[in-house]
Design a protein around this ligand. Structure first.
Ligand SMILES: Cc1cc2nc3c(=O)[nH]c(=O)nc-3n(C[C@H](O)[C@H](O)[C@H](O)COP(=O)(O)OP(=O)(O)OC[C@H]3O[C@@H](n4cnc5c(N)ncnc54)[C@H](O)[C@@H]3O)c2cc1C
Length: 267
């Protein structure tokens, strides 16, 4: 039996996100939110491990209450339990404070063997959280894993493959471990409608809401005061205007094209 914990972030669907140039912030109001895409792969990995080796899948999210919707989707996919970490004092957290808060909540769950994160989010994309949680808990962590090769339940040793540029690396580690996965490592299953209904009408049975009082966290390591990162300025990347000229082929035109490309400093 293995206990898996999956970190899930409820993020604005960035395809819809608009930027406020005056304030330099993302306009989140009225934007559809979704489960961060690789976190669906993380849930799928946890569920497949459970099916093969037995165990329990916890899903955890630090977010304002709107993330409840995402946690219900995770329950409908097959997760056993979800925890929403929500408290005004968690607000303003950078990745370090986020990871610390998540790590303290995972510690509070008690028993954990495999902690699974997405490789990065689509709204902040630092890829910090998985490795930071591993460091804070003082356990092994391996990012960008491709697949689990074997888990020996007696010795509690896991073997896994990690994707690298020109091949794969094989790792062996004692549990517990933190791993992160990207989109494409598996095909996340669809939520089951009947489980979705149960998550909706029996929310308390499946989803616990935790605040600061539910975890043992040091006040100066959470929220804004626990965040050493300061955002000095946010700028929208300028959009590049494409230019087009159509030439009829001839040697002269070819020379002209080369000349033009040189003028534009493309060649
Ligand atoms: C100074 C500062 C202040 C900030 N204040 C806020 C704020 O008030 N509100 C706000 O929403 N954001 C805030 N952010 C952004 C926030 O810190 C990051 O979104 C968060 O730390 C996660 O980083 P990331 O998205 O880069 O995650 P990554 O490291 O890219 O995420 C990797 C994986 O970690 C997991 N994960 C990430 N975040 C969470 C989470 N919250 N819960 C569960 N699992 C998670 C997911 O599995 C994800 O795929 C702030 C950032 C800075 C620098």
């Amino acid at each position: 039996m293995l206990n898996m914990v999956v970190g899930v972030k409820w993020v604005p669907d960035t395809a819809d996100v608009k930027f406020d140039p005056a304030k330099g912030t993302l306009i989140r109001e009225g934007v559809e939110s979704i489960i961060n895409p690789p976190d669906l792969n993380a849930i799928e990995l946890a569920l497949s491990i459970k099916e093969k080796y037995g165990g329990k899948v916890y899903v955890i999210s630090m977010s304002p209450p709107a993330a409840l919707k995402g946690l219900k989707i995770a329950i409908a996919m097959g997760a056993d339990k979800a925890i929403l970490l929500t408290d005004r004092r968690f607000a303003g957290a950078d990745t370090l404070a986020t990871s610390y808060t998540l790590a303290m909540a995972i510690r509070k769950i008690g028993s954990y063997d495999i902690i699974i994160f997405g490789e990065e989010t689509i709204d902040s994309a630092t890829g910090h959280v998985g490795p930071e949680v591993g460091e804070i808990l003082g356990i092994s962590h391996v990012s960008y894993i491709k697949r689990i090769l074997n888990i020996d339940l007696t010795s509690k040793i896991i073997e896994l493959e990690r994707e690298v540029e020109n091949g794969v690396e094989v790792y062996k580690s004692k549990l517990p471990i933190v791993v992160s996965v990207g989109v494409g490592v598996n095909n996340p299953r669809y939520p089951i409608p009947i489980r979705r209904l149960h998550a909706e009408i029996e929310t308390d049975k499946y989803i616990e809401i935790w605040g600061l009082s539910n975890i043992d966290a040091e006040l100066d390591r959470i929220g804004l005061q626990g965040s050493p990162t300061r955002v000095i300025k946010i700028i929208a990347a300028p959009t590049v205007q494409r230019r087009m000229e159509v030439f009829q082929y001839s040697k002269e035109v070819l020379n002209l094209m080369v000349k033009r490309l040189r003028e534009c400093e493309v060649l």
